[in-house]
Design a protein around this ligand. Structure first.
Ligand SMILES: Nc1nc2c(c(=O)[nH]1)N[C@H]1C(S)=C(S)[C@@H](COP(=O)(O)O)O[C@H]1N2
Ligand SMILES: [Mo]
Length: 317
């Protein structure tokens, strides 16, 4: 069921990251050992085992053709830096991503602050070609590099009392202009998942895309990707992961609770109060080409619908 394109090898087999510090090299080394023939960046969507499982709604062969990398890098939502999609690309280059550690706390047996390199050493990196759909009704296809969030959570051993996961992004007002003037959202950016959503194998932490280290504007060095939820759930630049008994108050829900709910599962039948969600513009599609029909759970319903069998999806958003 997991979308993987390469044979996995355990990250622990590479050089000790305390010696081998350069994160790009670590990721590249991991990817290199995964590649059997051609470079990973040429991985074909058609070789993807998940291909056969895709829903029939938009049965065009473009479905999992990755969006050109230049579009993914130059059309970004990163409100700590800018409110438009163009400026974050250059402003985000000021972000300090080295060293990077993640604090894991709350309802876990092994709380702690872990260097990203140490986290990576215990994980297996894979390529995940996912559709990504922003609540603003544009979408793209991204070949992420990452590992299941559940694999990291399992290592720190959640207690039975852990029912939700809260994610907090970095707070660097010196380089993040919109944090300086406290504009729009309450900073730092916070997101959350229910524990079963967090443990679901489609939920990944990404450290790369297109076979290389993640661009800063796309959430380096570590971001969440939850492909069946609107894009704002996929928080960038994560520094803290907390396991909680109660749902966290997320930045967007706090900002506009009637527009951005905690679940925010992609659902063409539930309109945003200010626009329809029934269709989307695929980035890079030609100007006059028809919009894509948005699919329930972004097309991942076969894998995730059972998580919500007891919920009326018209009312939970
Ligand atoms: N920390 C942080 N994470 C964030 C955001 C943000 O502003 N800050 N924007 C979100 C939104 S609205 C979207 S659509 C996606 C965009 O991801 P991309 O820029 O890689 O396409 O990131 C999400 N994660
Ligand atoms: Mo978004």
């Amino acid at each position: 069921m997991i979308i993987k394109t390469k044979t996995a090898i355990p990250a622990s087999e590479i050089t000790d990251p305390l010696i081998f510090k350069d994160r790009r090299k670590i990721i590249k080394a991991l990817l290199a050992t995964m590649v059997t023939g051609a470079g990973i960046s040429s991985a074909s969507a058609n070789a993807n085992p998940a291909w056969a499982n895709l829903p029939q709604g938009n049965a065009d062969t473009e479905l999992l053709t990755p969006t050109p990398i230049e579009l993914i890098k130059n059309y970004t939502n990163y409100y700590e830096f800018a409110f438009n999609k163009q400026d974050a690309g250059s402003l985000a280059q000021n972000l300090r991503t080295d060293p990077w550690s993640v604090e894991i706390s709350g309802e876990v047996e092994k709380p702690g602050t872990y260097y990203l390199e140490d986290i990576l050493r215990r994980q297996t990196l894979q390529e995940y070609v996912y559709r990504f759909r922003c609540v603003e009704a544009w979408s793209m296809v991204v070949p992420w590099i990452g590992f299941p969030l559940g694999n990291l959570l399992t290592l720190v051993k959640p207690l039975s009392t852990a029912r939700f996961v809260k994610f907090t992004a970095t707070y660097q007002p010196e380089v993040m202009p919109r944090q300086r003037n406290n504009a729009m959202l309450h900073w730092p950016y916070v997101e959350g998942l229910r524990i079963d959503e967090a443990m679901h194998p489609l939920t990944i932490l990404a450290v790369g895309m297109y076979g290389d280290i993640l661009p800063k504007q796309n959430g380096a060095p570590l971001r969440l990707v939850v492909p069946w939820k609107y894009g704002f759930k996929s928080i960038k630049a994560i520094v803290k992961i907390e396991l909680l008994q109660k749902p966290p108050i997320t930045s967007w829900t706090q900002f506009a609770p009637n527009e951005y709910g905690f679940y925010s599962n992609i659902n063409p039948a539930v309109a945003h109060p200010r626009w329809s969600q029934s269709s989307e513009r695929l980035l890079g599609s030609r100007f006059f080409s028809p919009r894509r029909q948005t699919e329930l759970f972004n097309g991942y319903g076969e894998q995730v619908a059972s998580l919500y069998s007891d919920m009326d999806l018209r009312h939970f958003f």
